[in-house]
Design a protein around this ligand. Structure first.
Ligand SMILES: Cc1cc2nc3c(=O)[nH]c(=O)nc-3n(C[C@H](O)[C@H](O)[C@H](O)COP(=O)(O)OP(=O)(O)OC[C@H]3O[C@@H](n4cnc5c(N)ncnc54)[C@H](O)[C@@H]3O)c2cc1C
Length: 461
């Protein structure tokens, strides 16, 4: 039986990074993957959704082109070709991950890994009767997460999609009802509205994207409604009935909405299959870990979505690096609390650090600077005016503690503020840094100036 220093279970962002880093630090490393390299992120999450969002952007630009004096025919969306392109993007990146693992000397096992007592793992391949077994010194669980199924009568009907199935749907729905107004629900609303579907979002909380600062959520809701998406907040789906090729979705107050497709995106649950023998201690239904990512079982570590901290690919990447370093090297100075959070809707949303409310609770006095996107020259050139850049700092030290952006390129420019926060930067550091003009990022400088009461490009208050 082959013996390894480290065996990683799952080749998503957390797992493949952990395996590469462990191998780079000298460990004899193996990785086991039951489906595809790159996990949820690359195959059924970040990458395919962002490919479709780019397509949606193109469609929208063509539709709006005539407003700028460019006459083009109505866009004709060939969904099969769109899906083929998406699959090509995914396949090429997934092969890339395979190549990275191989080039770093990681041994790859295809199949479902089941951890057994005595530091053994059994690997079951679909097409083979005999299971393979390997021995580990240390195991890193990176099995990720799966869609949570809401307890709604009729939810198991065929044609009701999760975020995974809708990615391969070869028909554009006439009317798509989305259960859940979080990041994934809003991103799919953006995609299918652009592709020509009627879209309704049903959200149980009082507003879309309820985890965000209220102002961002309000701007987003206004913008999505202006583009024709129907938003029903403070509402729950009670049941779904299939009638022919349509569904009758019954929401509170017994309102019935006839639609031809339903998507639910209400959260994620950890993938725990194959881990039963370990009898791991759990925390809020996810695997409990200590500061070195070790679980309640000795020599068993866990990282990524399966530990339920922040279910984001870049957090999984960081944890993957850190777990290998904490076992075999020196841990990098990565702050797992300083995480940018991006939503790829129109307008884009990106946040980092504390909300204004949390900052007020944490610091004696804070200062808040804002720059509305309508005042940005670059945004005007793009005819995009919805949004705001907001920076929050501790008043006494000027230390930046949070930023909240809704507007064009938000998901790109948040990196700048994240870097300032990581380096204990102040609003003066930002406001005294020359930003190129015209760019959206110069709005960060303007927001910092506003936080100091020194604004130039805003009307004097
Ligand atoms: C629709 C959608 C959009 C998203 N968009 C974004 C985004 O834009 N940005 C972002 O940061 N995050 C996004 N996410 C979240 C992101 O995909 C996850 O946070 C990330 O993939 C977690 O990485 P992971 O390695 O922990 O788990 P996963 O990516 O889930 O990988 C786990 C891997 O383990 C394998 N596995 C599980 N059990 C076993 C077993 N017993 N044996 C062998 N293999 C096993 C699985 O097949 C899988 O490949 C999105 C998620 C979804 C669903």
């Amino acid at each position: 039986m082959e013996k390894y220093d480290v065996v990683v279970l799952g080749a998503g962002p957390a797992g493949y990074v952990a395996a590469i880093k462990a191998a780079q630090l000298g460990a004899k490393t193996a990785i086991i993957e039951k489906d595809f390299f790159g996990g949820t992120c690359l195959n059924i999450g970040c990458i395919p959704t962002k490919t479709l969002i780019h397509d949606a952007d193109i469609v929208r630009s063509i539709r709006n082109a005539s407003q700028r004096g460019i006459k083009v025919n109505k866009p004709d969306v060939d969904i099969k070709k769109i899906l083929q392109n998406k699959n090509d993007v995914v396949a090429s990146l997934s092969q890339g991950v395979n190549g990275l693992l191989v080039s770093n000397g990681v041994t790859i096992y295809d199949g479902i890994g089941t951890i057994q007592p005595d530091q053994r793992i059994e690997i079951k391949k679909n097409d083979e009767e005999d299971n393979e077994r390997i021995i580990y010194e240390k195991v890193i669980i990176a099995t990720g997460s799966a869609n949570k199924v809401p307890s709604i009568e009729g939810i198991e009907e065929r044609g009701i999609y999760t975020s995974t199935e809708i990615l391969d749907a070869e028909e554009i729905p006439e009317h798509l009802l989305i259960i859940g107004g979080g990041a994934i629900g809003c991103e799919f609303a953006t995609i299918y509205k652009a592709f020509g579907s009627k879209v309704t979002i049903v959200e149980a909380m009082p507003r879309l994207l309820p985890e965000l600062e209220k102002q961002l959520s309000i701007i987003m809701t206004k913008s999505i409604k202006e583009r024709g998406v129907e938003v029903k907040t403070n509402c729950s789906v009670k049941s779904i009935k299939k009638t022919g090729r349509y569904f009758e979705v019954i929401i509170d107050e017994d309102e019935k909405i006839p639609v031809d497709r339903v998507l639910y995106a209400i959260g994620r649950k950890p993938n725990l299959t194959g881990l039963e023998a370990l009898d791991l201690e759990m925390e809020n239904n996810f695997i409990k870990i200590d500061e070195n990512f070790e679980t309640s079982a000795k020599n068993v570590y866990a990282v990524g979505d399966v530990v339920g901290k922040k279910l984001l690919a870049h957090v999984a990447f960081a944890m993957g690096r850190l777990v290998a370093e904490s076992i075999y090297g020196e841990k990098s100075d990565i702050d797992l609390d300083l995480v940018p959070n991006c939503i790829y809707t129109l307008p884009e949303i990106a946040t980092v650090g504390l909300t204004e409310k949390k900052a007020k609770e944490t610091y004696k006095e804070i200062t808040v600077g804002k720059f509305p996107i309508f005042a940005s020259g670059k945004a005007k050139t793009m005819n995009l005016e919805d949004g705001v850049i907001k920076i929050i700092a501790e008043k006494a030290t000027e230390k930046i503690v949070g930023a909240h952006i809704i507007g064009p390129n938000a998901t790109e420019i948040i990196g700048e503020i994240t870097a300032y926060i990581k380096m204990n930067g102040t609003i003066s550091d930002i406001s005294n840094t020359i930003h190129a003009h015209p760019t959206i990022s110069e709005g960060i400088m303007e927001a910092a100036l506003d936080a100091k009461g020194d604004s130039i490009h805003l009307l004097k208050r």
